[in-house]
Design a protein around this ligand. Structure first.
Ligand code: ATP
Ligand code: DP6
Length: 393
């Protein structure tokens, strides 16, 4: 049996991907930009093994066996095996490529809750398979075929997903525009409003949007191309004013397109909208952008801000969205930070009433590197026979 264990990060887009021009190859209607987040707080971990003794391909996610029937999974496996065979055209180790695989994965955060688990999960799977079968070169186009946003999780730091023009999708890839060390003051607060599975998944939501929203067509054609250029410059120059403005406007536009979808798709809740008001009131109070919000296909807020603003924002979140009295788990997780008590002047500037329990918990994290191989054999999720070490089935 050969095996490898890897971890991969989530990424949160600041210019959003919403809509495909090719459903099978997962080719987007517009380019997008994201930051990859540190794996100490949020990551997928996957062990892949291959053996001549395995009788079928099998997969376990968070301890439960999953069907391997998904077309996306099959496409990813097929493409990695094709590349491995091509590389081993001298015949060395070619038989291994034909062995069945066992895949075991777990996320250290809620799956399918709008926290980009599919991005981390599929990036981790493709990265692990590429290591197992010694596939070299860029694999972001393979990850893209697992889940669009997964292609951006193949790289650390700030990443763009290029649309490409080829019909086979070969030039629709992710590309790092700045490494994780480029903007060291950048911090991220994820305000978990709900960790429940969402009603309409991204895949279905964006399909309906492409079919029905004229606003989305206009966004893809006219607005995103300009924003991509501006955003690239803002990141390179560490210009937080522009970075924050584009991030917030782009999130708002994604959700406007969702509302323009027929029938409409809504992901943001009253709490999400209260967070938007809080952020604008803070920025207004300081007379400049101190913090930026962005929302994916769910109610959870992701806030980008500089390190020196973290204690203030944590204090404000605790003030306006305090945890329930009997809140068992830690309200603040991830990187440690001071929490400042907001001044009365700042509190007076915010037009909100406290809403107990509206935010379940906060994850404090930062921009981080791409997928990693774990050398320590004890990290493996599979036992020596290729079965999950812990499983509920
Ligand atoms: N570690 C993993 N390994 C393999 N597949 C995974 C993993 N984690 C999640 N997935 C796949 O992704 C699916 C969840 O994707 P979904 O898009 O519904 O949620 P999400 O990624 O949390 O949200 P969003 O993409 O909108 O931010 C799971 O049902 C599973 O198929
Ligand atoms: C709102 C988003 O998070 C949408 C993510 O969509 P997915 O990558 O989950 O969709 P599929 O390609 O169908 O798997 C925006 C983004 O991450 O850019």
């Amino acid at each position: 049996m050969i095996e490898v264990t890897c971890t991969a990060p989530i990424n949160i887009a600041v210019i959003k991907y919403w809509g495909k021009r090719d459903e099978k190859l997962i080719l987007p209607i517009n380019e997008s930009t994201s930051a990859t987040l540190d794996q100490s707080q949020l990551c997928a971990k996957t062990t892949v093994a291959a053996s001549p003794d395995f009788t079928s391909d099998q997969m376990w996610l968070n301890g439960q066996e999953q069907s391997m029937d998904s077309a996306r999974l099959q496409n990813v496996l097929k493409e990695i095996r094709r590349r491995a065979r091509k590389r081993k055209s001298d015949g060395s180790g070619e038989d291994r490529v034909n062995w069945h695989v066992h895949i075991c994965s777990e996320n250290n955060f809620p799956t399918a809750a709008g926290l980009a688990s599919s991005a981390a999960g599929l990036a981790c799977l493709v990265f692990s398979l590429s290591k197992l079968f010694e596939v070299e070169g860029d694999i972001s186009d393979v990850a893209r075929q697992g889940s669009g946003s997964a292609c951006r999780s193949i790289y650390g730091g700030f990443v763009e997903w290029t649309m490409g023009t080829e019909v086979d999708g070969s030039d629709s890839r992710a590309l790092q525009i700045a490494s994780e060390t480029h903007w060291p003051q950048m911090r991220v607060l994820i305000l978990v409003v709900s960790a429940k599975k969402k009603h309409v998944g991204s895949t279905t939501g964006m399909q309906t949007s492409v079919k029905t929203s004229q606003l989305l067509a206009h966004r893809a054609e006219k607005i995103v191309p300009e924003r991509m250029v501006e955003m690239r410059r803002a990141i390179k120059d560490k210009d937080f004013q522009t970075f924050a403005e584009i991030t917030m406007k782009d999130s708002n536009q994604l959700h406007a397109c969702c509302l323009d979808t027929y029938p409409p798709v809504t992901y943001m809740t009253d709490t999400s909208r209260d967070i938007v008001r809080l952020v604008h009131a803070v920025n207004n109070h300081y007379g400049e952008n101190k913090v930026a919000y962005t929302f994916d296909a769910g109610p959870n807020a992701c806030l980008y801000l500089m390190e020196d603003m973290v204690p203030t924002m944590l204090g404000l979140v605790q003030n306006f969205f305090p945890p329930e009295q009997d809140h068992g788990e830690a309200f603040l997780t991830g990187l440690p930070s001071k929490v400042s008590t907001p001044s009365q002047e700042l509190l007076n500037a915010i037009p909100l009433e406290p809403s107990v329990g509206a935010v379940q918990y906060i994850i404090h994290t930062k921009v981080g590197p791409g997928p990693q191989v774990l050398i320590d054999q004890s990290e493996s999720l599979l036992d020596s026979t290729g079965q999950p070490k812990s499983s509920t089935q």
